[in-house]
Design a protein around this ligand. Structure first.
Ligand code: PMP
Ligand code: GLN
Length: 382
């Protein structure tokens, strides 16, 4: 039977691969981005409450009205408010789905979509499964955007640009001026911005979060994509939301209607109620403490820290003065021998070119981080 290959993504994502390797080797898993700590008890109770209150049948296509209402309020209360109405918000079954559906709603066969790499692994398969062609533009060595290179990559076939801030894997955050530069670049074109912003609330060192949707011009041509998975540390719930202009939201919902139609109803109830008590500042503080705890513990190891993660779940570290291996081989070796699993940053490049960096997930219990660092210290005799 002939089965066409729908995309160029790997058979097994690097996250599944490294988690499986960690399990096989009984290594501390600092690879895949998922918390191993307990979620807020209130959130667990609210999920039960959702089913008890009979939120057990289909929710409306755009999402539970209370959740949408509370998201409008939440976005209004950000340090830099984002004003949104219910025409702007659609609840999605996770950000991966949101990115796919945003692409599906705007690209047609042969359209080019710019991907800034290193990039998160779902973008390229999602472009290809929708008949598009990914065009790669490398970020600078410090993970800032090279706007000159981006400009050069634009053609009359460019239909969309995917951006990701805060960035996975580097934790780099787009500044207001970056959005201005992007806006200038796409002015007078029909280019859509698909902006993956799943780490929006996990900003460190008092940094401010700027969404594509904050920008007065970009908000007419962007999808800003968020995930409760990272926001509330419930990656397994797979619920997120997509913010777009009424016109783009309409296009999105036209596809969403026939892909999933609606999203897990008791989870939407729980998320809506939890937004009413969610303490954003406290959440940030706890996660920043985790980043700092990780950095403090690894400081005697010979990794090189170029920049602290500005946001998110991950810290990348350079290992080139510890080993001549490629980052992929180094990650496998570290898992098998030192019993600590990481993600090689080359996995975020389409050609898997070695980068000399590995990514550690610090969204873990302190005892997990400590155990990982102990394993590394024992192995490297420090
Ligand atoms: N984008 C980025 C940058 C991610 O790190 C992740 C993983 N949380 C996702 C998208 C996918 O999010 P979700 O689990 O909500 O699909
Ligand atoms: N976003 C998570 C990470 O970057 C992984 C999600 C997945 O396993 N697909 O580690």
């Amino acid at each position: 039977m002939f089965l066409p290959k729908k995309h160029t993504g790997s058979e097994n994502t690097i996250f599944s691969e490294m988690t499986a390797l960690a399990l096989k080797n009984e290594a501390v898993n600092l690879s895949q981005g998922f918390p191993d700590y307990e979620i807020d008890e209130r959130l667990k109770k609210l999920l039960c409450e959702g089913t008890e209150k009979n939120f057990n049948q289909y929710a409306p296509l755009a999402g539970n009205p209370l959740l949408i209402e509370n998201l409008m309020e939440f976005n209004q209360q950000r340090k830099t408010p984002i004003s949104v109405t219910k025409e702007n918000i659609t609840i999605s079954p996770g950000a991966t789905y949101g990115i796919f559906t945003a692409l599906a709603s705007v690209i047609t066969f042969g359209d080019e979509v710019i991907v800034l790499e290193p990039n998160y692994d779902c973008y390229v398969p999602a472009i290809e499964m929708n008949g598009g062609k990914p065009v790669f533009v490398s970020l600078n060595a410090d993970f800032e955007v090279n706007f000159e290179a981006l400009k050069k990559a634009l053609t009359d076939k460019t239909k969309a640009i995917i951006v990701n801030s805060p960035h996975n894997p580097s934790g780099k955050v787009w500044k207001k001026e970056d959005w201005d530069q992007l806006s200038d670049l796409v002015e007078n074109t029909g280019i859509i911005i698909i902006s993956d912003e799943v780490y929006d609330v996990l900003m460190y060192d008092d940094r401010e979060f700027y969404s594509a949707f904050h920008h007065p011009k970009l908000r007419e041509r962007c999808f800003s994509i968020f995930s409760f998975g990272k926001m509330f540390h419930v990656t397994g719930w797979k619920v997120g939301y997509v913010v777009a202009s009424p016109q783009l939201s309409h296009a999105y919902r036209m596809v969403h209607q026939y892909l999933s139609f609606s999203v897990n109803s008791p989870a939407q109830y729980a998320l809506a109620k939890y937004l009413e008590v969610f303490d954003l500042a406290e959440n940030c503080k706890i996660m920043q403490q985790k980043r700092d705890f990780f950095l403090h513990e690894i400081k005697d190891l010979p990794f090189v820290l170029n920049e602290k993660a500005e946001a998110g779940y991950f810290q990348i570290l350079n290992f080139e003065n510890m080993s001549g291996l490629s980052d992929k081989d180094f990650s496998v070796w570290l898992t098998e021998e030192a019993k600590v699993a990481t993600i090689p940053v080359s996995a975020f490049n389409h050609d898997e070119k070695n980068t000399g960096y590995v990514r550690f997930c610090f969204a873990k219990k302190e005892e997990t981080i400590l155990k990982g660092v102990e394993n590394l210290k024992r192995f490297f005799k420090i």
